[in-house]
Design a protein. Structure first.
Length: 254
């Protein structure tokens, strides 16, 4: 089984960190292929960058030359999952939804600890759209920009853990979800301080992708995620140059 894990930003070191966490979570026999978009922001912090990233992620997946069995969108609260589901015939798993789904299996309520405060409403909106907000006790900001997570890991653990403790104490959260792909690998340190289960979205998405693939399940194509209608696309960044735009040419199950 091969799973594509697509970083939503263009910072290669973050792609590598996400890939390492995905490989730790993967079962024997699951191959993780990590992809970085060919264009877009170095970090995604806001709606404009999120929409741009959505196009870049779709383009990067369409440009991938080879078979695969599932795709993971590794951006917390970002746009684009629905577009990938229209384009592809394999399971598409978003780390936001994967983490929230698993959190609700092991606790009555969960809280998300994310980066900047501006990400809070965006994450709340994505959870609401997915029908997952009702059991979210809170979405809290650590105050750390995305790129600082890897530049200053000690501060990252301190600030994230502090917000996790407050979520458990003040918001009555029973599970903590790490609300950024760049937080992969911090679960144990945060769990030790917060005293509750801590979920990383990348690891959760890998296990769900493996499960869906193993069960032979993928996105329904009957209505909402039916393939895009074939039509001319003006100046598609890379897919058109590679002759890959037409939705039927998107790579399918290996």
């Amino acid at each position: 089984m091969k799973v594509l894990v697509v970083n939503v930003n263009t910072t290669q070191s973050m792609t590598e960190a996400i890939a390492a966490r995905a490989r730790q979570a993967a079962a024997p026999g699951t191959e993780i292929e990590a992809l970085t978009p060919h264009f877009g922001p170095a970090s995604v912090e806001g709606n404009m960058e999120s929409y741009l990233s959505a196009v870049a992620v779709m383009d990067r997946v369409l440009a991938y030359d080879g078979p695969y069995d599932a795709v993971i969108q590794a951006g917390f609260g970002e746009h684009g999952r629905e577009g990938l589901q229209e384009l592809l015939d394999v399971p598409v798993v978003d780390i936001t939804e994967a983490a929230a789904h698993l959190a609700m299996l092991i606790g009555r309520t969960y809280s998300v600890i994310t980066t900047l405060d501006r990400a809070v409403p965006q994450i709340e909106d994505r959870l609401a759209l997915a029908g997952l907000l009702g059991r979210c006790a809170s979405v809290r900001a650590s105050g750390l920009p995305v790129l600082e997570l890897e530049q200053n890991p000690d501060r990252a653990v301190k600030e994230i853990a502090e917000q996790a403790v407050r979520a458990v104490r003040d918001d009555r959260a029973e599970v903590i979800v790490l609300g950024c792909g760049g937080m992969a690998g911090l679960e144990e340190a945060v769990r030790e301080r917060a005293g509750v289960p801590v979920l990383d979205g990348t690891a959760a998405a890998v296990k769900l992708a493996e499960s869906l693939t193993g069960l032979g399940l993928s996105t329904s194509k009957i209505r909402t995620y039916a393939p895009p209608r074939p039509k001319p696309m003006t100046a598609w960044p890379l897919g058109a140059q590679l002759g890959l735009w037409h939705p039927r040419e998107a790579r399918t199950r290996s």
